[in-house]
Design a protein around this ligand. Structure first.
Ligand code: ADP
Ligand code: 3PG
Ligand code: MG
Length: 394
């Protein structure tokens, strides 16, 4: 990466303002259900503390929209962070103001303070310059390790870079390096696996990946709209009929470019998605009236798996079925397993895809699982991430 990172700086005795993405999922009682984003920031945090930095961490949690809402407090995070770091972590009850400044002034070398949710102030998402100036006043240097928020030009990701020397943390560096490697210099064959619910969400990413990948697998609910292009009946499966034309154009474009598009051959279907009392596999690619596709079928698992076996580089975004329901999870589980056993470089992007890989226990077998949902998608779309672009060049 052509950006300065923490490796280029001496942090001894420095007050370091660091943006992290601790926007982790919480259950109804406020327990963290997936702490991967906290774990992923540990190497940078530990690296800076061990060098004798005074570390000020800031993050958002959820979308409180400028209001102080206790259910969006970062308190559950401070406990988990302290457990993982095996040292005390102080917590401020706001992210700006005199009290916060005093707590920052009291930090000793090797100590860490977590600020309260940035989005309790509406100025954060508005990228308000005065607010960014106040935040930046807390530190002498800015580190961005919030890859998951780097597609947002907010005060704590972009705004502060106008006031402080700004470098990347190790997580941002690792994420960018993995994505850059697979996008700009993939070992061939390069397979892109796309799934998820909506075609409309994923048009820009297919368009961009068509110039990079040798083959594109399309699964999930998206596939039904693509099948409809060829007049295939898909019953009451989730489709976007206003996207059929667009899907048709994508198929034509792929053909012209020599990119293979791999669609499902059969499906797992149900006539009642809620109770899932009747679930069966289709004989062919079409789905009878009154039934809807909820996962890929066995022939498709085989066909997708053989593509995975041939690939040397795999990028996967989007589950191929409604994996949240165990009855509809086999397809996504098998895709995860085939990627896990493959020796290809594998990069997993997308919040739900990462959750699926974690749920099925394959996290350790992937080359890289991105901590970014929206951020990884925007990177794969070929967009510039403002939180990364704003960092100092090497
Ligand atoms: P990611 O967060 O990894 O980018 P998406 O948000 O695009 O993934 O898609 C994930 C969602 O797609 C999941 O909630 C899953 O239930 C849904 N999905 C996958 N297959 C189907 C299907 N056949 N019908 C309806 N929803 C589906
Ligand atoms: C995410 O979870 O994708 C990031 O933390 C960004 O959150 P946002 O979509 O609310 O900006
Ligand atoms: Mg999602």
């Amino acid at each position: 990466m052509n950006k300065k990172s923490i490796k280029d700086i001496d942090f001894k005795s420095k007050s370091v303002l660091m943006r992290v993405d601790f926007n982790v999922p919480l259950d109804e009682e406020g327990n963290i259900t997936d702490d991967n984003r906290i774990r992923a920031a540990l190497p940078t945090i530990e690296g800076l503390l061990n060098q004798g930095a005074k570390l000020i961490l800031m993050s958002h949690l959820g979308r409180p929209k400028g209001q102080v809402k206790p259910e969006f407090s970062l308190k559950p995070v401070v406990y988990r962070l302290s457990e993982l770091l095996k040292r005390p972590v102080k917590m401020a009850n706001d992210c700006i103001g005199d009290q916060v400044q005093r707590e920052v002034n009291n930090l000793a070398e090797g100590e860490v303070l977590l600020l309260e949710n940035l989005r309790f102030h509406k100025e954060e998402t508005a990228n308000d310059s005065e607010f960014a100036k106040k935040l930046s006043g807390l530190g002498e240097i800015f580190v961005n390790d919030a890859f998951g928020t780097s597609h947002r030009a907010h005060a704590s990701t972009e705004g502060v870079t106008h006031f402080l020397e700004s470098v990347s943390g190790l997580l941002v560096q690792k994420e960018i390096e993995y994505f850059q490697k697979v996008i700009t210099n993939p070992q061939k064959p390069f397979l892109f696996i796309l799934g998820g619910a909506k075609v409309s969400d994923k048009i820009p990413v297919i368009e961009n990946m068509m110039d990079k990948a040798d083959s594109i697998i399309i699964g999930g609910a998206m596939a039904y709209t693509f099948l409809k292009v060829g007049g295939i009946l898909v019953g009451s499966s989730r489709t976007e009929d206003n996207m059929i034309d667009t899907a048709g154009k994508i198929l034509e474009k792929a053909k012209a470019k020599g990119v293979e598009i791999v669609l499902p051959l059969d499906h797992l279907i149900t006539n009642d998605i809620k109770s899932a009392s009747e679930v069966k596999t289709t004989e062919s690619v079409s789905i009878p009236e009154g039934w809807m596709g909820v996962d890929i079928g066995p022939k498709t698992i085989e066909s997708f798996s053989s593509k995975i076996k041939e690939a040397k580089t795999i990028v996967w975004n989007g589950p191929v079925g409604i994996f949240e329901n165990d009855k509809f999870a086999l397809g996504t589980r098998e895709i995860a397993k085939q990627i896990a056993v493959s020796s290809a470089t594998s990069v997993i992007g997308g919040g739900d895809t990462a959750a699926a890989v974690l749920k099925f226990g394959y996290s350790d077998s992937m080359s890289h699982i991105s901590t970014g949902g929206g951020a990884s998608l925007e990177y794969l779309e070929g967009k510039i991430l403002p939180g990364v672009a704003a960092l100092a060049d090497k």
